[in-house]
Design a protein around this ligand. Structure first.
Ligand SMILES: [Zn+2]
Ligand SMILES: [Zn+2]
Length: 334
């Protein structure tokens, strides 16, 4: 089978790796689609993703597909099932797993590296999807589950004003979920006109640039600010424009070598709460339900469908990932 590897030093290679039968409770899945995540781009650029990177590694962790074979101990899946995956699980034994915090597991196991024709996750990481949900949308269960966890942390109250920085694929998912939490007003901060238009179509009340948001923040209280870019500048701005008693969620993946600076006195006088969000503890099931509800517009978020072989160029040049969500097709089944 083919697999797309990050081999270190800004290089990507499609290699042939042996295909095998599933063992124990593994589910062998013929991958249909895999989303390109911002963390894949980080890894390709020599930075860490959500964890440390030791190449060569197979990229991708947002995949969906069809079960082709199951291991002898597998109970809940059979060939032909349509599924999506959670790409990692906790050991169940360490101090963090014992506290119900598997996202901090000391030996987190990565599975379902989706830039490959087949993946072999254990069944605890596999989720059934209904027949009416297309496999391409189902591949977004992982990023959506991360967004759900972030929103769980800040508990948006209905009627309040929310600003969201960055309309990449995470920002667009965030926007649509925030709409359904009953936010009173959603202001998105985005410099690209084409993405501003898309944000307005997907439920934003206003789309502005960062200077305009700064002006707005002087006239009205921004109750929640969600940063989905990960740049020092925009994260610092997010803290600055947040209003009295506001909550700031720094969701974007920042550069570990660039600590933020902010004025503590200003934060103090606003009684600010600053949140971060790490991975997706037990939220995949809810992500699948949300996708199945049909409430989310996934189609308009997708900027390109590329083959495994075309990903080298995309990882180097970010042509389509700048415009929206890039989907890699493996079998390409819907
Ligand atoms: Zn991801
Ligand atoms: Zn653990």
């Amino acid at each position: 089978m083919r697999a797309g590897f990050y081999t270190g030093n800004y290089t990507y290679e499609v290699r042939d790796v042996p295909e095998r039968a599933p063992i124990k409770d593994e589910v062998k899945i013929e991958v249909a689609w895999c989303g390109l995540c911002g963390t894949d781009l980080h890894k390709f650029n020599g930075q860490n993703g959500a964890s440390v990177v030791n190449p060569p590694i197979i990229l991708g962790h947002e995949c969906s597909g069809i079960v082709v074979e199951v291991g002898p101990e597998c109970k809940y899946f059979k060939p032909g099932d349509r599924v999506t995956c959670d790409p990692s699980y906790g050991c169940g034994k360490c101090i963090w797993c014992q506290q119900g915090l598997p996202n901090f597991c000391l030996e987190r196991h990565g599975v379902a590296k989706g830039f490959a024709d087949y993946v072999y996750p254990p069944e605890q990481n596999v989720y059934h999807i209904s027949n009416h949900l297309d496999l391409q949308s189902a591949a977004l269960a992982e990023p959506l589950s991360c967004v759900i966890h972030g929103l769980d942390l800040i508990q948006i109250q209905s009627g309040k004003t929310v600003a969201i920085y960055g309309m990449g694929s995470i920002g667009l998912l965030m926007l649509q979920l925030v709409r359904y939490t009953g936010a009173g007003k959603i202001i998105v901060v985005e410099k690209e006109t084409i993405k501003q238009k898309l944000a307005l179509k997907l439920g934003a009340d206003m789309a502005v640039n960062s200077d305009q948001l700064e002006q707005i923040s002087k006239e009205e209280n921004i109750d929640y600010v969600i940063e989905c870019i990960g740049l020092k500048k925009t994260m610092e701005q997010a803290i600055h424009v947040a209003g009295k008693n506001a909550k700031v969620l720094l969701f974007g993946l920042g550069n570990p070598k660039q600590p933020l600076q902010f004025n503590q006195f200003e934060a103090y006088t606003k009684e600010l709460s600053i949140y971060t969000s790490y991975l997706n503890p037990q939220t995949t099931n809810r992500a699948v339900h949300f996708l199945e509800s049909g409430l989310l517009n996934i189609k308009d978020m997708i900027s390109a469908e590329l083959s495994l072989e075309e990903m080298g160029n995309e990882l180097r040049n970010h042509i389509y990932s700048k415009q929206g969500k890039v989907m890699v097709y493996l079998s390409g089944k819907r």
